[in-house]
Ligand binder design. Structure first.
Ligand SMILES: [Zn+2]
Ligand SMILES: [Zn+2]
Length: 279
């Protein structure tokens, strides 16, 4: 199975990730991906991006070097805000893709299954929410699995099987077993599923090996995964609601090739012969 879209990537704007959006897009292109969602951490995560960052994603191309960029977020649940999230509806409605997940230091650090489930069910029912990230973090953020999966089916919200949750160096190390249980239950119940890299560095964009191994074990086939390719992602999202700003950024080519190679037109216009350093 080869997935050509990644619905979970972070940039330096997340505060604890290390690549730019352009670097992520270049790796995506090099790996043959057709689409990535930019899902930086929203304000309630320490050093998460400011609301203005999400608002201003409109300056970013919609398609860069042939890779569709979904301007998104990984929002946090909030016990204090009106909509139950840490970004206002006005900004969420501008975004192409809204992911939501539980994270440390966002008001849910004392494990409470009933409170977490109630907060998440409210968020899943929010019409602007598209995906729940890493639902299997049982030790830190326990959830009522059946209730969450049932709500995801009812509201057509994607449940993510998070590749990074299977990484022994992950802050969620140990949550892989529960992550797998969520995927199995989502598969059985007919909930939309995705596999996300949760890349915090460009070289992880589009890497899904651990999650794909779990998919194979549980019989999760490509046709059940929303992020098969750009078309499958866009048709799922557009069936759920309108995405009025999807093409606002336009289609662009990055004028400098990745890895420092001089594109032909720059080399041709310089004073040096092709093949020499152009910078
Ligand atoms: Zn997360
Ligand atoms: Zn993430």
């Amino acid at each position: 199975m080869r997935l050509l879209a990644d619905l979970h990537t972070h940039t330096v704007a997340s505060g604890h990730a290390f690549s730019t959006l352009t670097e992520n897009a270049q790796v995506a292109r090099a790996r043959g991906l057709e689409l990535i969602a930019i899902t930086d951490h929203a304000p309630n995560v320490p050093q998460g991006a400011h609301p203005w960052y999400f608002w201003n994603l409109k300056v970013i191309p919609s398609v860069l070097d042939g890779v569709r960029l979904l301007k998104g977020c990984e929002a946090n649940l909030s016990l204090e805000s009106e909509n139950g999230l840490d970004l206002p509806d006005q900004i969420l409605a501008w975004l192409d893709f809204v992911a939501v997940g539980f994270h440390p230091h966002t008001g849910f650090d004392k494990p409470d299954r009933a409170r977490n489930t109630e907060a998440l069910l409210r968020v899943i029912a929010h019409p602007l929410v598209d995906q729940i990230t890493h639902p299997g973090n049982e030790a830190e953020f326990p959830l009522d699995l059946d209730a969450v999966v049932e709500a995801a089916v009812r509201h057509n919200v994607i449940l993510e099987l998070n590749d990074h949750s299977f990484d022994p160096t992950s802050s969620r190390a140990g949550s892989g077993a529960r992550e797998r249980e969520f995927a199995e239950a989502a598969l059985a119940a007919g909930a939309p599923l995705s596999i996300g890299s949760d890349a915090h560095y460009a070289l992880y964009v589009g890497r899904f090996e651990a999650a794909l191994a779990i998919a194979e074990e549980i019989g999760l086939t490509e046709d059940r995964i929303v992020n098969r390719n750009a078309e499958s992602v866009l048709s799922h999202l557009l069936a759920k609601r309108e995405r009025p700003r999807l093409d606002v950024g336009g289609e662009w080519e990055w004028p400098v090739a990745a890895h420092g190679a001089a594109p032909a037109d720059i080399a041709a216009n310089g004073d040096t012969e092709g093949g020499e350093r152009w910078w």
